[in-house]
Design a protein around this ligand. Structure first.
Ligand SMILES: Nc1nc2c(ncn2[C@@H]2O[C@H](COP(=O)(O)OP(=O)(O)OP(=O)(O)O)[C@@H](O)[C@H]2O)c(=O)[nH]1
Length: 626
């Protein structure tokens, strides 16, 4: 398959980037009128450099002026190789250095040094000039890079650098064009008769004409109606290619630079990132805890703050710091993405680094958090999955792909291992999380039983409700069922209790309660209000509701109309007696006589029979049902 590469041009203002691009590609990237007038490249200029059956190469001419560093960051994201232009007559200048550092932050590994304007230096001095420049480049990505000596005006050295570029590109690993498609938008415009077009470098994956796409972070659905690569129609655009995508059904106002075009929901929309940060070696001020920053990531530029967990400030020490970025707006990112932080004003590079976890959380200040972040940073696929599961307890495959930035097959390979299991269709967790949830549920049952020994256990809905903030509901359902099957607890209707538990009166009250039940039983069917017996037995108010519930639930007493509570034994005897002395049905008068009850007691008693479906009332008579 054809490979696609983008080459970036970096270097100090006026060091010949645009001229070199022009002689290499025959395209004048300084194409805007304003640029022509001011002789400064304002917009990023892209031009095709080379194409054969195996590869297609384009150049992005990155402007050199300090003010335009933001554009350089947007352009460099997605670049395979950087050509650093250094004018022979000036050598390495301050802005060259800033570019070098930014390239380092952006993780650019391959470079070529183009020493331009060699016609401006005596030939005898050239090797000296070259030596000096290479000395300045020590420690940067260009330290061991091939060097070309050029005169862009006469074309001297141009064929050498073209060959160097192709040779270097040949040594690069192919970009992943198989994964989900992502294109950070850097330009949005309307084309007459076509509608909205966005342009950017395809970061990963590929896109086909007609494909359904999503614009993040606003989740707007759209379609790639047409594709263009370097102003020529194309059926498909691949990672590394600069592409223009004509989108259907979208107004220009709905999209802006910094938005990201994706093919699936595999990407995180986030405002809080765990990152590895290195400060700039030129940083001349202290960056304090929660300092406002401007974060450049992909093509987005968002204000935010740095949050440290093991210090309150950083200087120019350049060491790696694990910290967090809290942004004011949502961005789209995944693990491994590079970013640059700048001071909002005066504009100055603070540092840069890469995203460890795109979905950061609130953590405590202290070494424990740093240890966790270090683990996350080092994490192999399995550790990353475990760490995401530990935070969320259970996740779908889609969520795991987002959280870990692994691809689908990597996620599935890890989930196939025995430490993981599916608790609901498509949702996974780890065995030890199941154990933790089991323990937590068990502890809750024990606590509940201690607090309410007279209740049959904890109501399922209540238990799920109480734990739903910490665990997904379907995971709780799964663990409740599994614990029941394994005998960790038992279920009685809607109630769960530990396996050996049965509701009981607390030992210190059992004697009095027993006496009270005897007293109620002794009174037969003509009882006083339950409260009177409680009073007589010296049962405190606080216990009465629980006890009443217990008596009914355990069927020690049968409540009539909520006022009287009969001993269950006496109630059953009365039902048996009535049944034995009547035929299929009976009238109130007959029941009164048989049971020797006054109207005050017989009516609630018979209504109880109806409500228990022992009898059925039909006008004046009651028919036995069972
Ligand atoms: N003599 C000589 N002049 C050159 C050479 N390359 C570029 N120039 C001149 O240097 C000036 C700046 O060149 P550009 O190519 O625009 O430089 P640039 O780095 O793209 O500048 P910015 O885009 O503004 O950062 C122009 O006047 C060019 O004609 C060269 O090899 N020899």
């Amino acid at each position: 398959m054809k490979r696609h590469f983008t080459i970036g041009m970096a270097g100090h203002i006026d060091h010949g980037k645009t001229s070199l691009t022009k002689v290499l590609t025959n395209v004048d990237t300084d194409r805007l009128k304003e640029e022509k007038e001011r002789q400064i490249s304002i917009e990023l200029g892209f031009a095709p450099l080379y194409e054969n059956e195996d590869m297609q190469v384009s150049v992005v001419d990155v402007p050199g002026h300090e003010r335009f560093i933001r554009q350089m960051i947007a352009g460099v994201a997605g670049i395979d190789l950087v050509v650093l232009a250094v004018a022979a007559d000036e050598g390495v200048m301050p802005q060259t250095k800033e570019h070098l550092e930014i390239l380092g932050f952006l993780g650019i590994k391959k470079g070529i040094v183009a020493i331009t304007k060699i016609d401006k230096v005596e030939e005898d001095f050239l090797s000296l000039v070259k030596g000096e420049i290479m000395l300045e480049l020590e420690g940067s990505v260009f330290e061991n890079s091939p060097v070309a000596m050029l005169d862009s005006l006469s074309g001297k050295g141009i064929e050498d650098i073209r060959q160097l570029i192709l040779d270097e590109l040949g040594t690069l690993e192919p970009r992943d064009t198989k994964g989900p498609f992502r294109l950070p938008v850097d330009q949005v415009f309307t084309v007459k008769g076509q509608g909205t077009v966005v342009r950017g470098t395809v970061y990963e994956g590929s896109v086909k004409e007609g494909e359904s796409l999503i614009i993040l972070p606003n989740h707007i659905e759209t379609k790639a109606r047409q594709l263009q690569i370097h102003h020529k129609p194309a059926m498909q655009a691949f990672a590394g290619q600069r592409a223009a995508v004509n989108l259907s059904g979208i107004a220009k106002e709905e999209i802006r630079r910094g938005d990201v075009l994706v093919s699936s929901e595999h990407f995180n929309v986030t405002k809080c990132l765990d990152v590895s940060l290195r400060s700039s070696s030129d940083l001349d001020h202290i960056v304090k805890q929660r300092t406002p920053i401007k974060c450049y990531i992909g093509t987005s530029e968002v204000m935010g703050r740095i949050v440290f967990f093991d210090r309150n400030e950083i200087g120019a020490e350049h060491e790696e710091v694990l910290c967090q970025l809290r942004l004011e707006e949502e961005i789209v990112t995944k693990r491994g993405d590079r970013f640059i932080l700048r001071r909002p004003s005066p504009q100055e590079t603070i540092g840069g680094g890469w995203v460890i976890d795109p979905m950061g959380d609130k953590y405590r200040f202290g070494t424990k958090t740093i240890e966790e972040l270090a683990k996350k940073k080092a994490g192999n696929p399995k550790e990353r999955i475990i760490s995401a599961l530990m935070e969320e307890k259970g996740l779908s495959i889609q969520d795991l792909i987002k959280r870990t930035s692994l691809n689908e097959s990597e996620v599935k390979t890890v989930l196939d291992q025995e430490e993981f299991l599916s608790y609901s269709s498509g949702y996974y967790t780890a065995q030890n999380i199941i154990e933790n949830v089991t323990e937590e549920i068990y502890d809750r049952l024990m606590e509940y039983q201690q607090a309410f020994p007279m209740r049959p256990g904890i109501n399922k809905a209540e238990a799920v409700q109480a734990m739903q903030d910490a665990f997904p509901k379907s995971l709780l359902d799964f663990v409740l069922k599994r614990g029941e099957e394994e005998g960790a607890w038992k279920r009685n209707g809607q109630f769960f209790s530990t396996a050996v538990f049965s509701p009981h009166v607390p030992a210190n009250w059992s004697k009095r309660v027993e006496g009270m039940l005897q007293a109620i039983k002794a009174e037969g069917l003509q009882v006083k209000y339950l409260d009177n017996y409680m009073e007589d037995a010296g049962i405190p108010d606080t216990l009465r509701t629980e006890l009443t519930y217990f008596f009914t639930e355990q069927r020690l007493l049968v409540p009539l109309d909520g006022q009287f509570h009969l001993s269950a034994e006496r109630f059953d005897e009365a039902v048996a007696k009535l049944k034995s002395q009547t035929a299929d049905s009976f009238e109130v008068g007959a029941a009164k006589e048989i049971l020797g009850l006054s109207r005050k007691f017989i009516i609630p008693f018979l209504e109880k029979l109806d409500s228990e479906r022992i009898t059925r009332r039909e006008g004046n008579i009651r028919v036995w049902v069972k």
